[in-house]
Ligand binder design. Structure first.
Ligand code: PXG
Ligand code: PLP
Length: 440
């Protein structure tokens, strides 16, 4: 790569082994469609749609044009007590795409901000209804809800929490995770066993009394922890228990929304409607940072009381509903609809599942999991060196096969484009196979 090493030192990279990276930097400077390019013109195939973000592909002309036009017309305007036309339009558009009953949209700038916003909305909702005692929040082990204090507290990925353990929110409990390799290894789609784990919520209601619990937050399919689809009936059961106890159900759809599961939202795919949905990533196809929290009428309406000249929720970001981000969002919605992106995603699911499961007999592989266009190949860790195999696979794919893949420790994750070309998807997995063949 031609980027001068001296330029690199100032940059403290997120979720990256900085020293290892800087010894051998992997720097992208361009992208088009399904490929990245480096400074020196090397073309790489992207197997992860950015970071689960860019399902339509990179630099889609329609989104690029919308952003260019918007930035020249209205670059920014105050977001509190004034707004811009594009934010209004996007809120309307996204809520129309959302499940029935989810009719209001609060903008943020990322998934992490969406999650912290959703948790605050949940607490405010109960308080507005005179149930301020409902303050407990329930997450799930292995959940990822971003890195801000609220999302980290309800999250369940140990290294993300470990060094901040004294600063986590009080009053948070976790359901057990549903990953059960012993019983469910190599399941295609939803795993058979584990629906009973939803009863953990009943146990927590019995312990604290359900009337003290504000909200439960789960990813419909856990993403970051290595693609953990729910057992059939699990999400339905969470919904039932929440209804019985007056608890809000939050689906964190930062990954699942906008076609990743072949439907507009994960909620559609599972036929379960939560009270609040958090999104980001695919909202703008990753082009401009933006997130959104979508809420039911009942939640919004609970805030709309008291003197009408008073702010109803003392919360918001300088860049909430940013006009350039909203323009990127609107163009993304156009492309999703005009190009039938969600239908394309659904049509690719079987091929993707078959390709992933062809790794079942590969050495080191102990599980393969998939649902929609989310997939993972889990390798056993090398003795005394957890994460080494996954890290080597990532680097070998990059350097030897011109393929960008994502690994979380020894789990390889795949998030193909929603409009992937079948032959390119096949070739990319053939390359991954060559790499895994070469890893001890
Ligand atoms: N919730 C969920 C369900 C996510 O997947 C976030 C919240 C946080 O979003 P921001 O925009 O603040 O990063 C996410 C983000 C991975 C990976 O390797 C996944 C995410 C981010 C980085 C890596 O799976 N998801
Ligand atoms: N810190 C300071 C000093 C600020 O003035 C602001 C916003 O005005 C923030 C943090 C929050 O920034 P944002 O609204 O971009 O999240």
């Amino acid at each position: 790569m031609t980027t001068a090493a001296s330029n690199l030192d100032a940059y403290w990279m997120p979720f990256t082994a900085n020293r290892d990276f800087k010894a051998n930097p992997r720097v992208i400077s361009g992208a088009s469609g399904h490929y990245y390019t480096t400074d020196d013109g090397v073309k790489l195939y992207d197997t992860f749609s950015g970071l689960w973000t860019s399902g339509i592909g990179h630099c889609h002309p329609k989104i690029v044009e919308a952003v260019q036009q918007q930035v020249a017309k209205l670059d920014y305007c105050m977001s509190f007590q004034v707004t811009n036309n594009k934010a209004i339009e996007l809120a309307d558009r996204v809520t129309k795409m959302a499940p029935d009953g989810i009719d209001h949209c609060f903008f943020t700038n990322s998934g992490s901000e969406s999650v912290d916003t959703a948790l605050k909305i949940a607490l405010g909702y109960h308080r507005a209804r005179g149930e301020g005692n409902r303050s407990r929040l329930i997450g799930r082990e292995k959940g990822y809800h971003g890195v801000n204090f609220g999302g980290m507290s309800v999250g369940g990925i140990v290294p993300n929490r470990k060094i901040f353990s004294t600063a986590l929110l009080p009053g948070v409990d976790h359901l057990r995770h549903t990953l059960d390799i012993e019983r469910n290894a190599f399941s295609r789609g939803l795993p058979k066993h584990g629906a009973e784990l939803a009863e953990d919520l009943e146990r927590l209601c019995a312990l604290h009394d359900g009337s003290n619990i504000a909200a439960v937050i789960v990813e419909p399919v856990a993403g970051s922890a290595g693609v953990i689809p729910p057992p059939p009936g699990y999400l339905q059961r969470l919904r039932e228990i929440c209804d019985q106890h007056g608890i809000l159900l939050i689906f964190d759809e930062v990954i699942a929304a906008f076609g990743r599961l072949g439907t507009p939202f994960g909620a559609h795919r599972f036929g379960v409607t939560p009270d609040i949905i958090t999104t980001a990533k695919g909202l703008t196809n990753g082009v401009i940072p933006m997130g959104a929290v979508l809420v039911r009428d009942t939640v919004y309406d609970a805030f709309m009381q008291g003197p009408p000249n008073m702010v109803e929720i003392f919360h918001g970001y300088t860049y909430s509903g940013h006009p350039v981000a909203a323009a990127a969002g609107l163009a993304s919605m156009d492309v999703y609809e005009e190009e039938g992106i969600f239908e394309q995603s659904a049509a690719l699911e079987q091929q993707f599942e078959d390709l992933l499961h062809s790794f079942a007999d590969q050495k080191h592989v102990i599980d393969v999991r998939n649902f929609g266009l989310m997939g993972a190949i889990e390798m056993a860790p090398r003795d005394g060196a957890p994460g080494a195999r996954g890290g080597e696979a990532h680097k070998k794919c990059f350097w030897d096969e011109k393929l960008v893949i994502r690994n979380g420790m020894d789990i390889l994750q795949f998030s193909p484009f929603l409009n992937s070309k079948p032959d390119e998807m096949e070739q990319s997995f053939a390359a991954v196979r060559r790499v895994l063949d070469s890893i001890e």
